[in-house]
Write a protein that binds this ligand. Structure first.
Ligand code: SF4
Length: 245
């Protein structure tokens, strides 16, 4: 099926406008320093926001400084963040990543990234243990660095695939690149922040992993996947299931 987007101008402005009309503005209220954002984002993978925020606040209460966290034993960290997914891996990698920053920069600071272009800053971060494309983009975009990087989490990725914005075989890194080239030049870091939260909202409540509620979707007039809620592609473990009312 052909996309019904106006490809001449790119689809993202219309996607953004329709999601804005449905969900309202999603502008940043407060931005953390980039090291705090790295810590928050590093423990957030495959974990609900409420759980990772709670774990982050416990880390902040448990250590006098992030320098102290850098020196912590993984066993001490895992006790604090025990309820996040893959807690042991995260507890091992996080202090290691913080120590590497100290070694590379001479201090526990990421402020130097503001002097780099987005891709250079992203690759610098992705050289640290446990930092992939999603985490690096969140450090750059969500923190007070406020750089133009779109955070492509599982919800954004799923919705982008179904909308035909990215190839359905793209991994997160390729999806990030495919979406970034579609971002209008005039969009700011705040605009990318907003697009992330709008698409995440769509993926969490309408275009979910288990069900695409196309009838209630603000993008149904644009989407080539409308009405395929129970297709083999969306629910591969139920390829022959009949739609329910
Ligand atoms: S129309 Fe359906 S498949 Fe397309 S984005 Fe909306 S919920 Fe997802």
């Amino acid at each position: 099926m052909q996309l019904s987007f106006d490809l001449a101008g790119g689809p993202l402005p219309e996607v953004r406008d329709r999601l804005l009309a449905a969900f309202g503005p999603q502008r940043p209220h407060a931005r953390m320093d980039p090291v705090s954002q790295l810590i928050k984002s590093s423990i957030s993978g495959r974990t609900q926001d409420e759980v990772s925020w709670s774990a982050f606040l416990r880390l902040r209460a448990a250590f006098d400084s992030w320098e102290a966290l850098a020196q912590a034993e993984p066993l001490a960290v895992v006790e604090i963040i025990h309820d996040v997914t893959h807690a042991e891996d995260k507890a091992r990698r996080l202090p290691h990543a913080l120590r590497l920053i100290q070694q590379k920069v001479g201090a526990l600071s990421l402020e130097h990234l503001s002097e780099m272009d987005v891709d250079s800053a992203r690759w610098w971060l992705q050289g640290l243990p446990g930092i992939g494309v999603k985490t690096s983009a969140s450090i750059l975009n969500f923190s007070h660095l406020a750089m133009r990087a779109l955070v492509v989490d599982t919800h954004v990725h799923r919705a982008a695939k179904r909308l035909g914005l990215v190839d359905r075989h793209h991994d997160t890194a390729h999806a990030y690149q495919a979406l970034m080239v579609q971002i209008p030049n005039g969009w700011t870091a705040d605009d990318l922040y907003e697009l992330h939260w709008l698409m995440k909202g769509l993926g969490k409540v309408v275009c979910t992993h288990f069900e695409a509620v196309c009838g209630a979707c603000p993008l149904k007039a644009l989407c080539p996947k409308t009405g395929v809620t129970f297709s083999a592609e969306i629910m591969p473990w139920r390829p022959h299931a009949a739609p329910t009312a």
